[in-house]
Design a protein around this ligand. Structure first.
Ligand code: GDP
Length: 710
């Protein structure tokens, strides 16, 4: 007994490929009667009783194209046992539109989801059971290309043969309109057929209306029903049906299809429950930052730094240069400048390259996987309590690389007061140039204390938050924070290439700076530390630099590190923060040490400063005015000298007070220092700062606000 299957599907759904798979080479090809549309049929190669009819590729069963008319006439009239609806699985929404129209006809149907081999690649998970349940017909996955699922499809088709599919039901108001129209139609027709014709009449399908030869009264009744539905839905009748079909498909797909992007989001949501948790978020962030600093400054990065300091700049480069210069009989002063100035200074700075690389590698991982965006969100919650916006966190995040782009990033803050406040505090974050100072101090004075290096990061952030709290209470910055809306990207595995690129970019920028501005600065510092005002070569203690340093040193004496070397290092740091280390490299490299390698410098530093004094030095250099380049950026963003000076003054003032308090109190508490009047002053300053933090803003500040310079 012959069985007839018809292949129906959208163009490009893989119908021809499926047909070829089913029939092999033996096909008959001709035209449909009266039109030049190709007509193909063939026998199933594994069972000659099954005849496959390939219908033209169509998007719908409306009467607008010859292909559509042929297909629907054929489906209505021919004795088809089962319709095989080939559906492109990667384009379900559009393809299922035709499926719904086939179901409206009530035909025996099997839905074959083709291109199933592509689903996985496109991150689409399809539940055929749910799809089958929703459509009320068998659904099988096939791949015409990979020859998968074809037999299963044929078996399903055999089982479904002649079994009319369930009718898809739409909105009840539409359904009642359809049954109204159905009542007008000849009663001898089957229920499914009447419903299908009702749908076609509702869509104002002219071919069907002509075919049915309705009387004027019938036509009038149909028109009235349609008019009422259009009034209820406030849309034309054909649009009502299109919308209903797509709404049905949407509901179905939301049930049966999971896109990996959505799923990733739900995994992201789960991770976010922990990482952005109200209580856990900040401790977790603190832990991650500690880990990053621990890895880069205390462990992994240190291995590289030790090698650069001890081997590369400790012996290899000085030895090679020494031999070359001896051979070429280079003048003594030039030899001294190259070895004691450039190699010692630039070398001391470049020694920190491995640590910088590891730090930025780790930070890039946190950024690339989407974590830092969450931190901005968490910070918004925190900042908002103090009247700041999370928007201010983005510039700060960027400033961990370099203060200049960090300051520039504040442009995204629309509110002028918040923008100025952000510009003023952003450079408190430890940038890559400050990292060598952190590494040097923590290595030389706090070996094994893993909290010291990351504490610099939190001092920077703390200074920002506390400044925000205090400054927001002043007339200059008062006001509500700008709203902060950001889209959180889904978490994903960090891309090694982009992470490496980010770390390399930072590293290259650092080396470039060492080769240019630091190089020149080292020559100047060496010169000033080797000559006196009569330009005679003298011992370091009698040099121009020692003279100038001694003149300014008393200013820093209350901070515990008021030696001329510490003073000079801090001041040269204004040109570029790397100079702090370059200066130490030159000055402590010349005082009779055997080599300039890290450990000798560490010992010499320990002779000059106590641990608390060194920490106070670190705090001052972290918080005081940034390098000239960043000051330039601050000036550009503030657009006004008054504001720039205010920012520099605030930064230096805060740095001085913080270092003063830390040294004076720390010296007494941890180093057995005597209580003096200066200690009391430090305590008083601390109390004043706490008062400024906790006091309520005065009423006057909340009223109309005067802004200077703008
Ligand atoms: P038709 O327009 O519906 O007859 O579609 P075709 O059979 O011509 O197929 C359209 C395109 O889809 C062709 O490039 C086929 O190679 C490709 N194709 C068909 N079936 C599959 C399949 O299961 N997997 C993949 N990856 N490609 C397919």
């Amino acid at each position: 007994m012959k069985v007839q299957f018809a292949l129906v599907g959208n163009p490009n759904s893989g119908k021809t490929s499926t047909f070829n798979q089913l029939t092999g080479a033996k096909q008959t090809v001709g035209n449909w009667p009266g039109v030049t549309v190709e007509r193909k049929s063939g026998k199933y190669k594994k069972d000659k009783h099954i005849v496959i009819q390939d219908l033209p590729g169509i998007y719908s069963l409306s009467p607008y194209t010859p292909e559509e008319v042929i297909s629907r006439n054929y489906l209505q009239e021919a004795a088809i046992d089962t319709v095989l609806n080939i559906v492109d699985g990667t384009n379900l929404e559009r393809n299922l539109y035709l499926t719904l129209q086939l179901l409206e006809m009530g035909l025996p149907l099997v839905v074959a989801i083709n291109m199933s081999d592509l689903l996985k690649k496109k991150g689409i998970q399809l539940n055929t059971d749910k799809l089958s349940y929703g459509l009320g017909v068998p659904v099988v996955k096939i791949s015409a290309l990979k020859q998968q699922g074809i037999d299963k499809m044929i078996n399903a088709a055999k089982q479904s043969a002649k079994q009319h599919s369930d009718v898809v039901r739409y909105d009840s108001r539409l359904e009642s309109a359809l049954s109204e129209i159905g009542r007008v139609l000849p009663t001898e027709l089957s229920e499914e057929k009447r419903r299908w014709l009702a749908i076609k009449l509702f869509e104002k399908d002219t071919l069907i209306a002509e075919m049915l030869q309705l009387s004027d009264t019938q036509k009038k009744e149909v028109a009235e029903t349609i008019a009422i539905a259009e009034m209820i839905f406030k849309e034309s009748s054909d649009a009502i049906l299109v919308n209903e079909r797509y709404a049905f498909i949407e509901g179905l797909l939301s049930l049966a299809v999971i896109r990996e992007a959505d799923q990733r989001l739900s995994i992201s949501d789960k991770i976010d429950h922990v990482l952005t948790h109200r209580v856990l978020a900040l401790p977790l962030f603190a832990f991650f930052m500690w880990l990053i600093y621990y890895l880069s400054i205390q462990t992994v990065g240190t291995l590289g730094t030790d090698w650069v300091n001890d081997v590369l700049f400790g012996s290899w480069i000085p030895d090679i240069l020494d031999r070359a210069m001896q051979q070429w009989h280079v003048a003594q002063w030039l030899q001294a400048m190259i070895q004691d100035g450039i190699v010692a200074g630039v070398g001391a700075v470049l020694g920190f390259l491995p640590q910088i690389f590891v730090l930025f590698f780790c930070l890039a991982i946190l950024e690339d996987c989407g974590y830092m965006a969450r931190i901005a969100f968490v910070m918004d919650r925190l900042f908002r309590k103090f009247g700041l916006s999370g928007k201010s966190f983005i510039p700060m995040l960027i400033a961990t690389g370099c203060g200049v782009p960090g300051v520039m990033a504040s442009r995204t803050i629309e509110n002028q007061k918040d923008r100025r406040l952000t510009v003023m505090v952003t450079t408190f974050m430890p940038c890559s140039a400050k990292l060598p100072i952190i590494a040097l101090i923590s290595g030389a004075f706090f070996p094994g204390r893993t909290w010291v290096a990351p504490s610099a990061y939190f001092i920077g952030m703390g200074a920002i938050i506390l400044s925000g709290i205090v400054l927001k209470k002043t007339a200059l910055f008062a006001g509500d924070p700008a709203p902060f809306i950001m889209e959180l990207p889904a978490y994903h595995m960090p891309q090694l290439t982009s992470v490496l690129k980010s770390a390399c970019d930072r590293g290259i920028a650092f080396v470039k700076k060492a080769g240019t501005i630091i190089f020149v600065a080292c020559i100047v510092i060496w010169f000033a530390s080797s000559y006196d005002f009569t330009l005679t070569r003298v011992a370091e203690e009698q040099s121009i630099l020692a003279f100038a340093g001694r003149a300014a040193a008393p200013l820093f004496a209350p901070l515990g590190w008021g030696t001329w070397r510490g003073t000079v290092a801090t001041i040269t740091g204004l040109v570029a923060k790397e100079n702090v280390i370059g200066t130490f490299g030159i000055l402590y490299g010349q005082t009779g040490a055997v080599s300039e390698s890290g450990n000798e410098i560490w010992q010499l530093l320990r002779n000059d400063y106590t641990a608390v004094a060194a920490y106070s030095f670190l705090i001052f250099n972290l918080l005081c005015a940034p390098c000239f380049a960043a000051i330039g950026a601050i000036h550009r963003e503030m657009g006004d000298s008054k504001w720039t000076w205010l920012a520099i003054g605030y930064q230096c003032g805060l740095a001085y007070c913080a270092s003063f308090i830390v040294y004076q109190l720390g010296h007494v508490i941890f180093e057995g220092g005597h209580l003096t009047i200066v200690t009391c002053i430090a305590f008083l300053v601390l109390c004043l700062m706490i008062f400024a933090l906790v006091k309520k803003p005065s009423r006057k500040m909340q009223g109309p606000i005067q802004v200077i310079g703008g």
